[in-house]
Each structure stands twice: as structure tokens, then as C-alpha cells.
Design a protein around this ligand. Structure first.
Ligand SMILES: [Zn+2]
Length: 184
């Protein structure tokens, strides 16, 4: 179907159609081949992509890069965060990251490999409990208290064995954490 819009080559409103073509975009210095969607002007046959189409094409290339490197998608990151009932800022603080890191990831920025591993691990409430014992002071007391209850609830729901997730287990995780953070 033909539509009309401003053609940057003709410098006037012309009819165009969408075409797909193979393109390569460097993502984190790595060439990613993908199917780009661009407009082709019916008059001059020039190909162009307005900003929103450019963004769509970037997303396509990023998605391929994510799959290749097993990086979580913005949607997957949001689901993990919401499981713990935290805002983007508080989730960042919980993980010991800069305040806007999670916001950037959920907006589409590619997570650094080490941060991606952290996000994959934190999906497990038992790991979340250990991180909580390390980083709870990064959170306001009310937020921390609510988070602890939420993590305990998730662990119980997972049926991870009696005692796991109660205050005693938190204490155990606390000891575990203090051992594991010691320098060799
Ligand atoms: Zn044109």
C-alpha cells in the first residue's frame, strides 16, 4: 500500500512504500546483520528512514545482539523487578548499582555482561535474599522491610524447604554473605 510523506531527496511530499533490506549495524563494536525496514520514494526511488523507523531498526539489531549474547530483554528485566515490588530506582539500589541503571536497561540500553548475570541470578529469590543481606542498607528502612517480606513470601511459594526465608534463614544468609565477601 502506498502512503505519502516528505521525501528528503525530492524535498516534497511524495508517495512511498515500505521495503525490507539486509543491513549491518555495529552493536558494541560487533557487526549485526538484520532486516531493516525503510521507505522507498515512488518518484525518485530514494530510500530513507525517518526517526521512528530508525529506532525500530535499531531495536531489531539490538534484539539479535541480545539473543546472541543471552542478554535479558527490557521486558524480562521489568518482570524480574516487579516480582520484588520495587521501583526502578530502588531495584538499582538493591543491586548496588547507580540509581538510573535499571531505568536505562528497561528503556532499551544493553546490559553490561556482569550486570546481566546479576539480573539472571537475582530472579531466584534465594539469591535475592543473599543480596538483600549485603545491600539492605542501600534502601530506606520501610522499603527494605517490605522487600524482605516479599522475598520470604516468594521463597515459601517456591516451596524451597521449611525454614528457608524466615528470619533465622536470613541470619544464616547473613553469615554466609559475610564469609563470601571476605578477601582471600
Ligand atoms: Zn523522492
Amino acid at each position: 500500500m502506498n502512503k505519502e510523506d516528505f521525501c528528503p531527496y525530492c524535498e516534497e511530499i511524495t508517495r512511498f512504500r515500505f521495503i525490507t533490506k539486509q543491513e549491518t549495524l555495529p552493536v558494541m563494536g560487533e557487526p549485526v546483520e538484520y532486516q531493516a525496514r525503510v521507505r522507498r520514494c515512488a518518484v525518485c526511488r530514494g530510500e530513507y528512514a525517518p526517526t521512528e523507523l530508525e529506532e525500530e531498526n535499531f531495536k531489531t539489531a539490538y534484539t539479535i545482539y541480545r539473543r546472541r549474547h543471552n542478554l535479558l530483554s527490557p521486558e524480562q528485566i521489568r518482570v524480574i523487578r516487579e516480582k520484588y515490588g520495587l521501583s526502578q530506582r530502588n531495584f538499582s539500589r538493591f543491586l548496588g548499582w547507580g540509581d538510573i541503571t535499571v531505568h536505562r536497561y528497561e528503556a532499551g540500553a544493553l546490559p553490561d555482561a556482569a550486570y546481566n548475570v546479576m539480573l539472571v541470578l537475582i530472579d531466584d529469590p534465594l539469591n535475592a535474599l543473599k543480596v538483600f543481606m549485603l545491600n539492605r542498607n542501600n534502601l530506606a528502612p520501610g522499603v527494605a522491610e517490605k522487600l524482605k517480606k516479599r522475598i520470604q513470601e516468594l521463597i515459601r511459594k517456591d516451596g524451597r524447604g521449611p525454614g528457608y526465608g524466615d528470619d533465622e534463614a536470613c541470619g544464616a544468609a547473613d553469615n554466609l554473605s559475610s564469609v563470601s565477601v571476605k578477601e582471600p
